[in-house]
Design a protein around this ligand. Structure first.
Ligand SMILES: NC(=O)c1ccc[n+]([C@@H]2O[C@H](COP(=O)([O-])OP(=O)(O)OC[C@H]3O[C@@H](n4cnc5c(N)ncnc54)[C@H](O)[C@@H]3O)[C@@H](O)[C@H]2O)c1
Ligand SMILES: [Zn+2]
Length: 352
């Protein structure tokens, strides 16, 4: 088992290994003084892993209640959130007790938001079961829910007490969800030069989950520690995301997040070659890796349509936004540009 320690406003460990779910009851002892636990999960994950977690928790003497909601991003909303916090209240949870989110990023985001806000914050344990949640959503403290007109519009920064990533859960992931997680892994490989790129190129991610997940979490940890509240350096994690988010929105969310980020990474890199930031060789290396993971796709939406969906930075005024531009494999730079300039990048990225 590997352990990555995150030293943010709260210090906590991320455990990556096997047999974690079946031993969850014993594992959580250090993180609470109460006796009540609420397990939050979705209806795909709970039958696979939730029941095993619940029996381990019960065997350890905890009083367990469960909240299972229908899977899917469309349920990461205020209605599900309010049902969760009502269930927590009904179960009599206090700040000595714990919420455990077991699932993909939808579950960890909404369980995190519920834990952060219930009684102004109760203990939270994350058990990511999708590759994307393991390498990204469950670590770093961001949580949230969607509004009718925008993803993640409501949320907080709230770090968990611990994260248990049981890599055996990855084996039941549908292929498309595996591929989605691989896109975020390739993103990490493009922003940090530590051999991750070569590692995922030379051997399939699924043949080395423990190593790859650990490395990605360590990379995310470094950015979170440097900029927990996302005002500067953490922005680097957004490589491929400015165009990626626009692709997701233009497709009415039929293109999933990871695949959209892959399209965004390929497009911004194509534009970066034309603008003299990186070489054609760098672009080819990225495209080949994306192709290897079945993630290479063109930007097939009109530039103006994509531009309508590009979000201007909340932190900036005067229509500015920051984009992450590749300079080499494992080296990117953040550039602040005017929204109008972004249109040029999107066109050079291959938009119609
Ligand atoms: N908080 C953050 O920092 C952060 C970062 C990235 C993404 N996110 C959020 O994460 C969400 C996307 O996460 P996701 O891709 O995990 O989506 P998801 O939670 O919808 O999971 C994808 C699908 O896989 C299923 N699933 C999960 N684990 C499984 C397993 N082990 N076996 C079989 N099926 C399994 C789920 O039920 C779901 O149908 C988005 O809402 C996004 O906004 C948050
Ligand atoms: Zn992402």
């Amino acid at each position: 088992m590997n352990v990555v320690t995150v030293n943010a406003s709260k210090k906590y460990d991320v455990f990556i290994g096997t047999d974690l779910i079946d031993n969850l009851g014993d594992k959580i002892v250090p993180f609470m003084s109460g006796k009540k636990v609420m397990v939050v999960s979705d209806d795909n994950v709970f039958p696979l892993y939730g029941e095993r977690a619940v029996s381990s928790l019960k065997n350890a003497g905890y009083n367990v209640t469960t909240f299972v909601f229908p899977s899917g991003e469309e349920n990461k909303n205020i209605k599900t959130y309010s049902e969760i916090v009502e269930a927590m209240c009904e179960a009599g949870l206090t700040r000595k007790d714990l919420v455990i989110g077991i699932g993909g990023g939808v579950v960890t985001d909404i369980a995190g938001f519920a834990a952060a806000t219930f009684q102004r914050g109760i203990g939270l344990i994350m058990v990511p079961t999708s590759l994307l949640a393991a390498v990204d959503a469950s670590v770093g403290g961001k949580n949230g829910i969607d509004l009718a007109n925008g993803k993640n519009q409501v949320g907080t920064f709230y770090q968990p007490s611990a994260v248990f990533c049981d890599i055996e859960t990855m084996w039941t992931l549908p292929e498309e969800e595996y591929v989605n997680g691989c896109a975020e892994i390739i993103k990490y490989a493009m922003i940090v030069k530590d051999g991750l790129f070569e590692l995922v190129r030379d051997k399939e991610v699924k043949d080395q989950y423990e190593e790859i997940i650990t490395r990605c979490i360590a990379i995310k940890r470094d950015f979170v520690e440097a900029d927990e509240f996302d005002t500067g350096k953490r922005m680097m994690l957004n490589f491929g995301h400015t165009i990626g988010h626009a692709v997701e929105a233009c497709s009415n969310y039929s293109i999933p997040h990871g695949r959209a980020v892959a399209i965004g990474m390929a497009a911004i890199t194509k534009a970066a070659v034309v603008n003299g930031y990186c070489t054609e060789d760098t672009r080819m290396q990225l495209d080949e890796l994306l192709e290897q993971y079945n993630l290479l796709e063109d930007l097939k939406f009109p530039a103006e349509e994509l531009m309508d969906k590009v979000k201007v930075d909340k932190k900036n005024s005067a229509g500015m936004l920051r984009i992450v531009i590749p300079k080499d494999i494992g080296v990117c730079t953040i550039k602040e540009i005017y929204k109008e300039e972004c249109l040029k990048w999107i066109v050079l990225g291959g938009a119609r």
